[in-house]
Design a protein around this ligand. Structure first.
Ligand code: ATP
Ligand code: MG
Ligand code: FE
Length: 350
């Protein structure tokens, strides 16, 4: 099926067009620069930016895909989780386009989309899919027997998300927002073994698939502040590299353990932090050693985009899942266990 996907859960206005597993266009307008001076995403600014960007971004994606709106088979949109006002812009636009075209609308889960996007890169996902989802708001190990209906959390962070940890450490080091890309870049010049930062929840009695990054954040802050208090220069590249090593070490270790325990021979990594070069390299190395096939989309498909939403929408259509109703809501706290919001009545649009 030929599907338009719309993503507005945070600060990226993303629109993608896919045909089945084939990516035809992916257009992203970001309001990230408007948030930078506040050190984080400001919901009101994000909503207004989506409102301004949504129509031109949809038009640009369709034009790049060489697709006429009437040719679309359906429209998919992130229904949650995310910022309520931001989500509402995408959901309203999707319903308007779908209604005008007489096509079904599919309200889908942002987190399942971060996983499903890999089909555009590496073909059909294995079933079940083992996924490490690491983003700005989430860090979870998920086992999905069917990405369109059945996503099961094995474990998750008990405090900060991995991306949130990158953003907080970047702020501590006065590196700006978002923190992930700049720490990734700086860490290349640093020594990952320079400072032994703690690996949270890796003790023998700790929950095997849960994560904790707030202790790490505190340890980095204490280490940096001690240097500053002593009037010593802070070796920023070494701090960045050592912090990044601690995060990626725990993420890959637990993900591989989950694969072993569940008897799954592959690992999918998705979400914004999956763009991290050290995480990708370490996962590659450790998965190879463990006989696990690694699937990670290219960095541009890891961070928020519309193609991932279109990918999940296309999968919903291929599998004959019920579309959403015209009363499709934006659900800011949509649970990861709900890949879509189908209409109450079978067949949808009742
Ligand atoms: P969620 O998907 O949980 O709703 P989100 O949509 O805001 O959150 P994403 O766009 O998926 O998040 O990811 C953004 C996060 O990814 C930010 O925290 C950012 O710092 C982080 N990130 C982006 N690139 C990198 C990188 N190269 N290394 C580490 N982290 C990165
Ligand atoms: Mg973003
Ligand atoms: Fe995201």
């Amino acid at each position: 099926p030929l599907v338009l996907g719309i993503e507005t859960s945070c600060d990226e206005t993303g629109v993608g067009v896919v045909r089945g597993h084939t990516l035809l266009a992916d257009s992203v307008a970001s309001s990230v620069d408007e948030h930078a001076r506040f050190g984080g995403v400001v919901p009101e600014i994000a909503s207004r930016a989506h409102l301004e960007a949504i129509v031109p971004t949809i038009e640009r994606a369709l034009e790049r895909a060489g697709v006429a709106p009437a040719d679309l088979d359906g429209v998919a949109v992130t229904a949650g989780p995310g910022l309520a006002g931001a989500l509402l812009v995408g959901v309203s636009a999707a319903k308007a386009y779908a209604a005008a075209l007489g096509k079904p609308v599919y309200g889908v889960n942002h987190l399942a989309s971060h996983i499903c996007v890999d089909q555009l890169e590496h073909g059909p996902l294995p079933e079940p899919t083992m996924a490490l989802l690491v983003s700005g708001g989430h860090s979870s190990l998920l086992l999905a027997p069917d990405i369109t209906t059945d996503v099961r959390p094995l474990g998750a962070t008990i405090d900060d998300a991995a991306g949130e940890a990158f953003d907080k450490i970047a702020r501590l080091l006065h590196l700006g927002f978002p923190g992930g890309p700049v720490i990734d870049r700086l860490a290349r010049e640093g020594d990952p073994d320079a400072i032994a930062f703690p690996r949270g929840l890796t003790g023998p009695r700790d929950a095997p698939y849960d994560f904790s990054f707030s202790g790490l954040k505190t340890a980095v802050a204490r280490w940096v502040e001690a240097r500053r208090a002593a009037g010593e220069e802070v070796p920023i590249a070494d701090v960045a590299a050592s912090f990044q090593e601690a995060v990626t070490d725990v993420l890959t270790r637990k993900a591989i353990r989950a694969c072993r325990d569940e008897g799954v021979d592959h690992l999918m990594i998705g979400g914004g932090v999956a763009a991290n070069s050290r995480l990708r390299a370490m996962a590659e190395e450790r998965c190879a050693a463990a006989g696990i096939t690694l699937r990670v989309p290219r960095p541009g498909l890891c961070t928020d985009n519309g193609a991932m939403v279109a990918a999940l929408g296309a999968e919903m259509m291929t599998r004959g899942r019920a579309p959403s109703g015209w009363d499709l809501p934006a659900d800011s706290s949509l649970p990861v266990t709900e890949p879509s919001i189908p209409a109450d009545e079978p067949g949808g649009h009742g």
